[in-house]
Write a protein that binds this ligand. Structure first.
Ligand SMILES: Nc1ncnc2c1ncn2[C@@H]1O[C@H](COP(=O)(O)OP(=O)(O)O)[C@@H](O)[C@H]1O
Ligand SMILES: O=P(O)(O)O[C@H]1O[C@H](CO)[C@@H](O[C@H]2O[C@H](CO)[C@@H](O)[C@H](O)[C@H]2O)[C@H](O)[C@H]1O
Length: 496
């Protein structure tokens, strides 16, 4: 970890960087954010009324005529959000107009434009240099591990479908800008470092990070993580949706609708089992105590109660979902409680990169929006498996929606083509889910199919989480998890 603490040079200071100006920039930003935030993929408060945005912290991390303000604000469901805000006289021509937040008014009469800066190659390059330099800016800490990170590279905004934002530095490094920072240690840094130490697992080594001081205005959060770039043919979501689309449309070379991705799904199952084994070896794994087993069931129950309160569309399924949970409780009381260990926590196809020779799992931060304590709690590895199985269902139904040009689940029973394609989509998902489980067992994981009651309860829990996530973030995707909740609610409880 670096201890360098450079003092900002007087020459680097420029209009727009005095303490008074930082306050003016911060206030102008907060005044313009309520409407603008709703246009952002990562804003998880689209289901809340328009309300004032409160400033939490604001520091200039790059100074000069093109400056960069790192701001944390409170908005939406009373949550923290991070913004990287460019401050220039005019918006750079290469950036789209949608990044423009508005103008500020400074004491010297200047009216700089404020904009979302992850697409500003120059400012993102300077941010990388700032992390490599190390030290502090107000309450912010710029730190790195062993070797200093690369410098002098322009940054390019990532285009992946994601909840945070990524900035790519060629094929060297990727900066994840955490959009909803949470006080406490970062589970992602912790788990990436553990995997980096382990043998036989490929990972994206952490290279550096930005955090705020513990006890600072935002409670001490990790704001950005710089990690090794993993070259890949794409992430699992892109590849699976493409394969699913071809198979559902009847275009794939193997027997439609089942072929196309099963070997990849199997390899992904193996990679997941290896990551679980490495996390258990590095950070421990143990049988739960009676109290822990009961707490696991209680936690799922609490999550369901909260989700039902938030999302009225779940109400028709409450009885069935409660019964799924009762079955889990009974299985656990019979002594079927699985071992607990650190897990990925939010595994899905988008969290797996298809590198040349294998799958590499990324994004170990857990479910966004939950407390760090909850995300760091040891869990059954089967929860990750259940989450990935849900993802095959998502990929199939997303591909289906694309082919039908309608939201998933909205085709009428009279639509024969729609019904035929929907059947193929389900068959594609089932086939790949099986292949994933087979791969998981092949690489030494417990065969998930041997624990159907637990798996179903964890899948139900994930589908309910997803429904709430979609309502808050991407309301147009809500039909996918709701259809899964409906399906799980109508399935017969498997024999335990
Ligand atoms: N280390 C990495 N190397 C290469 N690409 C990455 C890396 N980390 C993330 N990505 C790309 O960025 C996308 C989003 O990253 P992720 O960590 O899942 O972000 P989020 O937490 O916002 O979901 C991934 O699907 C992948 O395409
Ligand atoms: O990627 P994050 O760690 O931020 O996870 C959140 O966002 C995910 C979407 O980007 C969301 O995943 C859901 O949608 C995926 C398709 O976009 C699908 O593959 C997953 O199975 C589904 O859960 C994830 O739940 C959320 O926490």
């Amino acid at each position: 970890m670096t201890t360098t603490e450079p003092a900002p040079s007087a020459a680097a200071r420029a209009p727009g960087s005095t303490a008074r100006d930082v306050s003016a920039l911060r206030d102008a930003l907060c005044a313009r954010l309520p409407g603008w935030l709703r246009t952002r993929r990562w804003f998880a408060g689209k289901d809340t009324p328009l309300a004032p945005v409160e400033p939490v912290l604001a520091e200039l991390v790059v100074e000069g005529p093109a400056a960069l303000l790192l701001a944390v604000v409170r908005a939406g469901h009373d949550e923290l959000y991070q913004l990287l805000v460019g401050v220039r006289d005019e918006l750079p021509a290469e950036l789209g107009h949608d990044v423009r937040i508005g103008r500020a008014e400074l004491a010297d009469g200047r009216r700089p434009v404020l904009y979302e800066a992850t697409g500003d190659a120059v400012l993102m390059g300077r941010l990388l240099d700032r992390i490599a330099l190390g030290g502090r800016a107000g309450v912010l800490r710029f730190e790195h591990g062993g070797a200093p990170p690369p410098t002098g590279l322009p940054g390019r905004a990532g285009t992946a479908e994601q909840s945070n934002s990524s900035v790519l530095y060629g094929d060297r490094a990727l900066l994840k800008v955490v959009r909803r920072p949470t006080p406490g240690p970062s589970p992602e840094l912790e788990l990436l470092a553990a995997l980096d130490r382990a043998d036989g697992v490929r990972t994206a080594a952490p290279l550096g990070w930005i955090r705020s001081a513990p006890g600072g205005p935002d409670g001490g959060t990790t704001l950005a993580i710089l990690q090794e770039f993993v070259p890949s043919r794409g992430d699992g979501w892109q590849l699976a949706v493409e394969a699913a689309r071809a198979c559902v449309a009847g275009e794939c070379e193997t027997v439609a609708p089942l072929g196309g991705f099963a070997e990849e799904a199997r390899a992904l199952g193996r990679a997941t089992a290896r990551v679980h084994a490495a996390l258990a070896a590095q950070l421990g794994s143990r049988a739960p105590s009676t109290a822990e087993a009961a707490a696991l069931v209680g936690a799922l129950d609490g999550r369901l109660t909260e989700a039902l309160r938030e999302l009225p569309q779940l109400a028709p399924f409450e009885r069935a979902l409660r019964s799924v949970q009762r079955s889990l409780g009974e299985a656990v009381r019979r002594g079927d409680a699985p071992h607990l260990q650190r897990v990925h926590g939010d595994l899905h196809l988008g969290q797996a990169l298809r590198a040349e020779d294998d799958w590499v799992l990324i994004d170990f931060e857990g479910e966004p929006g939950h407390s760090v304590a909850e995300r760091r709690r040891p869990q059954p590895a089967l929860r990750d498996v259940a989450a990935m199985l849900r993802s095959f269902d998502y990929a199939a139904h997303h591909a289906l929606a694309g082919l039908l040009g309608a939201p998933p689940g909205e085709q009428s029973p009279q639509d024969l083509r729609g019904t035929r394609l929907a059947r193929r989509a389900s068959a594609w998902a089932v086939h790949n889910r099986r292949a994933f489980c087979a791969g998981y067992a092949e690489a030494g994981g417990t065969d998930p199919r041997r624990a159907p009651v637990l798996l179903r309860a964890f899948e139900a829990d994930k589908a309910v989480y997803e429904a709430v996530y979609e309502a808050r973030n991407r309301p147009e995707w809500l039909p996918i998890p709701l259809a899964a909740v409906r399906r799980i609610a109508h399935e017969r409880v498997p024999a335990g």
